[in-house]
Ligand binder design. Sequence first.
Ligand code: NAP
Length: 272
Amino acid sequence: MNTFGPEKLYGIIGHPLGHTMSPLLHNWGFGEFGIPAVYMAWPTEPDKVASFMQTFRNLPISGASVTIPHKLSVMNYIDQLTERAEAVGAVNTLYWRGDKIVGDNTDAAGVSEPLRSCCSQVEKALLIGAGGAARAAIFGLKSLDIKNIYITNRTRSKADDLASEFGISTIDWEDRGDQHFDLIVNSTALGMSGKNEKINPMIMDHQDSKTTVYDLVYNPMETVLIKEARAKGCRVMHGIEMFLHQGMEQFRIWTGKDLDALKARELLLAHL
Ligand code: NAP
């Protein structure tokens, strides 16, 4: 546990880590509040997670972010799981409670918090995708008390598994465009820069100005889904919001302070 030295140490583990904006966000936050702390990037290959966790336990590291592909494997090396990390089934945040390492998950807050103020009217939501981000998204959507949550995925069995685990309903991939939704959340890799950039995960014929579209993909910012949603008059929300809000929640856990969302968003957008 961190007890010596005036400067606290935080960081992120993942592999690869080249593009991470977490150091930018947290180091800026420490500066804003005059907190003597530093946040570093620690690229960690999958077979090095055990030794990293040994280091976390023995060195004065106050907290860490955990990203792909370690969100499941770190769970083998912690002492306590928060309720939400247990429900999501993954850990993206480590911190100390006394002499115990706690594993938490702030990804769900990254989905729910940007929607909280704008989506009190949402009765029917569609989540597209059934991978790791989808688990956090379902937990986040459920925390907003949305009555009807549907999930659709190219591989139907994965959607069915999540639907039965979380008590939501499945829609066939081929039928996802057949009805109106108040909220659509994309958690697939479709629209991401690279080979999937031009592919829209949704068929938008039945959506209109009463639909909110939240694309968790943030590279590029203006995905093909966001562009088409805008053309249909939908309210749109960019994937950067998920990154921002999961990071703000981590900062709150580690420091007890609330980052200014407007300024933090500006910082990230300037970087992107
Ligand atoms: P993942 O576990 O690998 O899941 C990928 C999902 O994309 C699966 O549902 C997969 O469907 C679907 N998919 C991939 N290629 C497809 C295709 N050609 N056609 C239809 N569906 C396809 O990945 P993840 O961790 O959930 O991340 C998914 C996306 O979320 C990422 O691309 C990333 O952009 C975004 N994300 C954003 C943030 C943020 O902070 N904004 C955080 C995490 C993730 P199958 O099951 O059929 O393969």
